[in-house]
Design a protein around this ligand. Structure first.
Ligand SMILES: [Zn+2]
Length: 88
């Protein structure tokens, strides 16, 4: 019984941590004097995944965490990744 309860608590804690890190990230990128739009999702915060039965399947962009904005460091990582893709 107690095991089940602690699992629920951990899940709540995890969800809270994910939300708060998203909020922190969002606040940080929005406070930047010069906005860097995420080129992976073109600033929309979402990725087009697939089209099934006339519905666009969208998933939140992992690069900008769904904010549509990147920190300069993240932009650097993105550029590095794109360069590696080309070399492969
Ligand atoms: Zn993005």
């Amino acid at each position: 019984m107690s095991g089940k309860i602690s699992m629920i608590i951990n899940y709540t804690k995890l969800t809270y941590q994910m939300t708060s890190s998203y909020q922190r990230y969002k606040r940080r990128v929005e406070a930047m004097p010069r906005k860097l739009y995420c080129q992976e999702c073109r600033g929309s915060g979402e990725h087009f995944e697939d089209r099934i039965a006339e519905h666009d399947l969208m998933s939140s962009c992992g690069w900008c965490q769904g904010t549509g904005l990147l920190t300069p460091w993240m932009r650097g990582q993105w550029l590095k990744e794109k360069r590696n893709d080309k070399l492969r």
